[in-house]
Design a protein around this ligand. Structure first.
Ligand SMILES: [Zn+2]
Length: 116
C-alpha cells in the first residue's frame, strides 16, 4: 500500500465493515455457537484504532444512523442512493465525486460514498 492519506469517508466505510463483522460474531454467539475469542478481540481493537482517526461529529452521525439502518453508509451508483434508491440531485452528485466532503442522502439520511 502507498502512503496515501485516507479520507474520512474511507475510514467510515472501514468502520462500518468492522461493525458488521463484530455484529455477525455476536449473532453467532447468540445462537449458542463457540466463537474464537481472539478473532472478536482483534476486530474490537481494530475498531478502537480506527475510531481515533474519525472526526467526532462524523462519528456521532454514523452512530446515530447505525441505530436506524444496518448500513449507515451506502454507495452511489448511477446517481442513485443504494440505501433508498432515490435519484440524487446534481447538487450532491457533482460534489460527491470530489471526495472532499461527506454528503448524506436527502431522502433517507444515509452517508453516501462514490465507488471510484
Ligand atoms: Zn437514500
Amino acid at each position: 500500500m502507498s502512503g496515501k492519506i485516507k479520507t474520512q469517508i474511507e475510514f467510515l466505510v472501514a468502520l462500518q465493515d468492522l461493525d458488521i463483522m463484530i455484529k455477525e460474531i455476536e449473532e453467532v454467539k447468540e445462537l449458542g455457537f463457540e466463537v474464537n475469542g481472539e478473532g472478536s478481540a482483534a476486530l474490537i481493537s481494530a475498531r478502537e484504532e480506527l475510531v481515533q482517526k474519525i472526526k467526532k461529529p462524523m462519528l456521532a452521525a454514523y452512530e446515530r444512523l447505525r441505530n436506524r439502518y444496518k448500513r449507515a453508509i451506502v454507495p452511489v451508483k448511477d446517481d442513485n442512493c443504494l440505501g433508498c434508491f432515490m435519484k440524487l440531485p446534481t447538487s450532491i452528485t457533482a460534489h460527491g465525486r470530489t471526495d472532499k466532503e461527506v454528503l448524506v442522502c436527502e431522502n433517507c439520511g444515509r452517508i453516501l460514498y462514490w465507488l471510484s
